[in-house]
Design a protein. Structure first.
Length: 73
């Protein structure tokens, strides 16, 4: 199983340029990957994104499990 590690950039690109109503299949697949723990990031990325007060910030807060401490695995 492939796991995708996101830095700040991909989250910003996804949320600011690929609107859910315009790209529904992309968002369905993204949400499915998140649910299956195939998307991960770090707590540092969370700190950069969570205080913005926008849709991405709200998503980060609702999906806190995506943002963890890096490991060697």
């Amino acid at each position: 199983m492939t796991i995708y590690v996101f830095d700040t950039g991909p989250f910003i690109l996804l949320f600011r340029h690929y609107y859910p109503k315009r790209f529904p299949s992309l968002w369905e697949q993204f949400h499915e990957m998140v649910a299956k723990s195939r998307v991960t990031s770090t707590r540092e990325v969370y700190k950069e994104l969570e205080g913005q007060g926008d849709a991405l910030s709200n998503w980060c807060k609702a999906n806190r499990k995506v943002f963890g401490t890096p490991t060697t695995e």
